[in-house]
Design a protein around this ligand. Structure first.
Ligand code: ADP
Length: 483
């Protein structure tokens, strides 16, 4: 099969969260199954390199025309130890993408309309006719719309199917109805059945309405988003399209995230030499200015946003830190959380260390050096932190929602299969209870804790099984388009 994977971010080029990890790893696993999968993303200013020029062409946006330059690179990677490479195309535009940062510009609507049009327009020019275009999150919603409303009448595009994957339903891309002009469409697409959403144009809704098939990144979240609690006001649409909504849990790149070979950590280790994990705890404590002691160290790495349940921590930080634990937090996001965590860090030196910024190297040190990893999310489509933690033998403490509920089995509820600690109620009490339970096993039964670490590290969350599910879904998407 030929697949074009369309994403606004991709590791290692540009990343704000899990979408980049998925874009940087799922296509490799799909390629391993024998498919021709290529990736396309915008070339932001941060993406430096001497990339090969492929072609350029004009893209019409309302009444104006902007040039898009397509560049290409092959990213080398190891898959199960073998050397491979993957084709990545960049849409380059001086006007729209030669800027700092990824999102948050005044003209984001125009930028991602441009991107969506460029993605479709480049296909005949690069001589690549995909069976499926795999769109991801709101930035790519217009691809699905344009394909159905405009491009399908053209022979080249008429059989191309679209899969739209929701990585996070909270971010939908709401903009004024002027987007219709940017798309050079008629206002007949701006109706409640199509893209109109409380008076605004909704990019995500465009994807959900026009894609042949919809998926999201865990089975549990696929169900949750059909309810008012998690549906972000799109639950009605998702219920209507229920037969076309699938959930496939994310994997992680087992070559990239490997404690045996990770170059960012102080000492490599695996299930057979678990004692070497300790050296990483000491290194992390030194790096973060915490005393080098053996008290349980809880790590947290996250975008600092309302979704992540950080208020459960902030509200009861005194209770949490009255326990004999250490806490390391790495994150960036809303200023509100920056202020709170900065203040907390200055009140509890020696107990909590905070790094407010994005730092991929430190993240690896935390995954390797912590004993436990906290994710008290309000909602979590999949979550990668808990999966990376398992791989590093760091025991997750999570709120049982979305992908966290799907991947983490509570140890107290199921001693035979448990791989972490989870709580159901979205409350500080429930979270503190789960932390207590984890700390108690850690302190009272070192052998039990070690067995838990071993079990965590032996669970397989590589892409192998999920990539096969995507393969099936691609086939289903093609059949759906034909029917
Ligand atoms: P989301 O996509 O909602 O941000 P995920 O758990 O799916 O959450 O993915 C988050 C990814 O981003 C993980 O790989 C995590 O390690 C990484 N990450 C988040 N914040 C930071 C940060 N401040 N520094 C480095 N990596 C981070």
């Amino acid at each position: 099969m030929k697949v074009l994977f369309v994403s606004a971010e991709m590791s290692p080029f540009a990343k704000t969260g899990g979408l980049a990890d998925v874009a940087g790893s799922l296509p490799k696993a799909v390629a391993e199954l024998g498919h021709d999968i290529r990736i396309v993303m915008p070339r932001y200013r941060m993406i430096k390199g001497d990339f090969k020029y492929v072609t350029d062409f004009p893209v019409r946006i309302d009444q104006s025309v902007e040039t898009c330059v397509i560049r290409q690179t092959e990213i080398p990677y190891a898959f199960k130890g073998r050397k491979k490479s993957l084709k990545v195309y960049f849409t380059d535009s001086y006007r729209y993408f030669d800027r700092d940062g990824i999102y948050g510009h005044f003209d984001d609507a125009e930028r991602f309309v441009f991107f969506s049009k460029a993605v479709l327009d480049m296909l005949p020019l690069i001589n690549f006719k995909p069976d499926v275009i795999h769109c991801n999150d709101w930035h790519t919603g217009p691809v699905c719309l344009l394909l159905k409303e405009k491009y399908h009448t053209n022979e080249f595009y008429k059989d191309i199917a679209a899969l739209f994957t929701i990585h996070n339903l909270e971010y939908q891309g709401h903009f004024s109805s002027y987007v219709v002009n940017l798309l050079n469409c008629g206002y007949d697409v701006f109706t409640p059945e199509k893209t109109e959403f409380y008076g605004m144009f909704n990019f995500m809704k465009a994807g959900l309405v026009y894609a042949d098939v919809i998926s999201t990144v865990s089975r549990v979240y696929a169900e949750e988003i059909k309810t008012p609690q998690y549906g972000e006001r799109l639950e009605g649409l998702l219920q209507r399209r229920s037969a076309d909504v699938f959930g496939i849990v994310n994997g992680i790149d087992y070559d990239q995230f490997n404690p045996l070979t990770d170059k960012n950590i102080a000492k490599n280790y695996g299930v057979d030499n678990l004692d070497d994990k300790k050296a990483n705890k000491t290194a992390l404590q030194k790096e973060m200015g915490l005393p080098c002691s053996d008290v349980p160290l809880i790590g947290l790495i996250s975008r600092l946003s309302g979704q992540k349940g950080l208020n459960l921590i902030i509200d009861r930080i005194d209770d949490m830190l009255s326990k004999d634990i250490q806490f390391v937090l790495l994150g960036t996001g809303d200023e509100y959380y920056h202020e709170h965590f900065r203040a907390i860090a200055s009140r509890y030196p020696g107990k909590i260390a905070v790094y407010l910024g994005f730092n991929a190297n430190l993240a690896q040190m935390i995954y390797a050096g912590s004993d436990m990893f906290l994710m008290p999310s309000r909602f979590e489509p999949c979550g990668l932190g808990q999966i990376i933690s398992l791989r590093y033998g760091t025991i997750p403490i999570v709120r049982a929602t979305g992908g966290l509920a799907e991947t983490i089995i509570d140890y107290d509820a199921d001693k035979e299969h448990g791989n972490g600690f989870s709580f159901v109620d979205f409350s500080s009490d429930a979270m503190l209870g789960a932390i207590d339970r984890a700390v108690s096993v850690y302190n009272s039964s070192p052998d039990e804790w070690k067995a838990l670490i071993r079990r965590a590290m032996e669970i397989d969350f590589s892409w192998d099984s999920s990539a096969k599910k995507y393969e099936e879904l691609y086939k289903h998407t093609v059949n759906k388009r034909k029917s």
